[in-house]
Design a protein around this ligand. Structure first.
Ligand code: FO1
Length: 311
């Protein structure tokens, strides 16, 4: 069974971990958000690509959910000494990834080529694709600072500030990365991972051709709600939905995705919302969606794969 997964960061990495035991590597493609990417200290940093790679390689920091286990911060301590940019933590091991990626991009490699080399170096056999090789940046307008980059919002401000709007800045002529539209067209199941709909999944959907393809294949698209009992497990998805005038519930998620998904998997605590979700023309599947260990992630992965088949 061929599976394509639209991914942001931590939540998507957890679900992918559950799908890896169920799907042959070459048949599993992660299509990953790059709107969080940033140029820092002259390096190209791709947080969502790295979070997925490190998580699947079982090397991710369990405590943080991003970056590597057993990190040290000597380089950042030196940057701090000099008064450099110190609000975005780049561990000494993690820096090696950014050094290599930046080196390869400088040699003329594309982001998807550099990513394939990094993923292969961690002995992973699924496809991890940036949704585009071109520059795409998520910009957030805050109530007190105006428009800032995603990482300034998420990390420097610890997303502890109200947002009035979100937009995506696409390079002129931006295209999907090679393989992205094919993976979506050929997948038996397209999965929208439980990432932040506003700032992690939407920047994937804005890439030309992606939304149109999902819309045409809506019945084969299954999303997992990142909102459980009205809250996001991690990050600002619940607050962003409310700040943007939507409801921070699984129904709000069904509404957000109604054009492109046929099925929404929601947690047991939201079983009572089934009728409201199905009123949006979205089939509702109720299952445990908190992936606190590999067994639970794999069980959810199985629910997602079965959900599409049952339509
Ligand atoms: N998140 C933080 O809250 N603080 C950090 O200092 C931080 C550094 C960082 C470095 C590399 C990386 O791949 C991710 C990092 N993240 C950090 C998480 C990152 O902001 C988020 O994972 C995504 O951008 C949102 O999903």
């Amino acid at each position: 069974m061929r599976v394509a997964v639209l991914c942001g960061g931590v939540g998507a990495a957890r679900l992918l971990r559950g799908l890896v035991p169920l799907v042959d590597g070459p048949d599993l493609t992660a299509i990953v958000n790059v709107g969080d990417d940033l140029e820092l200290h002259g390096l190209h940093v791709s947080p969502d690509l790295d979070t997925i790679t490190y998580t699947l390689a079982e090397a991710v920091s369990a405590e943080r959910g991003w970056g590597l286990e057993g990190e040290t911060w000597q380089a950042m301590d030196m940057v701090k000494r000099y008064g450099g940019v110190d609000w975005f933590g780049l561990g000494d091991r993690d820096l090696g990834t950014h050094l290599f990626r930046t080196h390869r991009l400088g040699q003329g490699a594309t982001l998807h080529e550099a990513t394939a080399e990094i993923v292969a170096a961690w002995d992973l056999d699924l496809h991890v694709l940036p949704v585009t090789n071109d520059r795409l940046r998520t910009l957030v307008t805050t109530v007190d600072e105006g428009e800032i980059t995603f990482q300034e919002y998420f990390v420097r401000r610890q997303h502890d500030v109200a947002v009035t709007s979100v937009r995506f800045e696409l390079a002129e002529g931006l295209l999907p990365a090679p393989g992205v539209l094919d993976a979506l067209a050929q997948a038996d199941v397209i999965v929208v991972a439980p990432s932040n709909p506003v700032v992690s999944i939407d920047p994937v959907l804005v890439v030309p051709g992606v939304t149109e393809l999902l819309r045409s294949r809506r019945d084969d698209v299954v999303a997992v709600s990142p909102i459980i009992g009205g809250k996001a497990l991690k990050g600002p998805a619940d607050r962003l939905l409310v700040e943007l005038g939507r409801e921070s519930t699984a129904v709000g998620v069904a509404e957000w995705y109604r054009e492109i998904i046929g099925t929404l998997v929601v947690d047991d605590v939201d079983a009572s919302l089934t009728a409201d979700i199905e009123a949006h023309g979205v089939t509702c599947v109720v299952a445990p969606t908190i992936m606190s260990d590999l067994k639970k992630a794999t069980a959810l992965g199985q629910v997602v794969l079965n959900a599409s088949a049952s339509r």
